[in-house]
Write a protein that binds this ligand. Structure first.
Ligand SMILES: Cc1cc2nc3c(=O)[nH]c(=O)nc-3n(C[C@H](O)[C@H](O)[C@H](O)COP(=O)(O)OP(=O)(O)OC[C@H]3O[C@@H](n4cnc5c(N)ncnc54)[C@H](O)[C@@H]3O)c2cc1C
Length: 163
């Protein structure tokens, strides 16, 4: 089974839209990596995240705002033959986005960002209290670089079993 490069933005965006969580990688001033699972929203080439005002991630990002965000869709286990270990694959698509985090301070833009995050999960409108908006830290990342891969692609005529 093959791995395909996904190089069109529409497919990359559809992979991001299909995910419920992303993995945000950052690196502190000593080069120690730190990766967090986070909820997110995506719109027009920008990723939106939110967190509390303080913590290890915020300390790291204040010093080094470069991040790398990985998405992976739900996986399906398939194989060509149940007795052959190396014929097993997890079918899935993944995307990596790179860029720099900026923290949004504008009240209305924070609301807009939270609406984009909520829209990733539920299809309804929300209102937010002023303290909630003031207390939340909103992260935005304009994507500088996208890459995508599709794993476990069947070759034509190949017989596989879903498990
Ligand atoms: C599915 C999912 C979605 C999430 N979505 C969000 C989100 O949208 N926004 C958000 O702020 N947080 C989210 N979290 C929690 C997030 O992963 C972090 O725990 C949180 O942001 C605090 O990070 P911090 O660097 O401030 O941690 P701190 O409180 O400073 O962490 C202290 C220490 O705790 C450990 N730690 C921190 N986070 C984790 C973790 N997730 N797993 C294991 N150990 C950990 C680390 O060793 C770290 O050094 C989510 C978690 C999950 C599982």
């Amino acid at each position: 089974m093959k791995t395909h490069i996904i190089d069109d933005v529409e497919t990359i965006e559809s992979v991001i839209k299909a995910c419920k969580v992303c993995f945000v990688g950052m690196s502190d001033s000593e080069g120690t990596p730190y990766v967090l699972p986070m909820n997110f929203g995506y719109k027009d080439g920008t990723l939106y995240l939110h967190s509390g005002q303080e913590g290890r991630s915020i300390t790291i990002l204040d010093n080094n705002p470069k991040i790398c965000i990985t998405f992976s869709t739900e996986m399906k286990l398939i194989c060509q033959h149940p007795d052959v270990a190396c014929s097993y694959r997890l079918q899935s698509c993944s995307v990596i986005c790179e860029g720099k985090v900026e923290f949004e301070e504008d009240y209305d833009k924070k609301v807009e960002a939270l609406n984009i995050i909520m829209a990733q999960y539920v299809n309804r409108k929300f209102t937010y209290s002023t303290p909630a908006i003031n207390n939340v830290k909103v992260w935005t990342m304009k994507v500088d670089k996208f890459s995508g891969k599709e794993y476990g692609v069947r070759e034509s005529g190949m017989l596989t079993e879903e498990l």
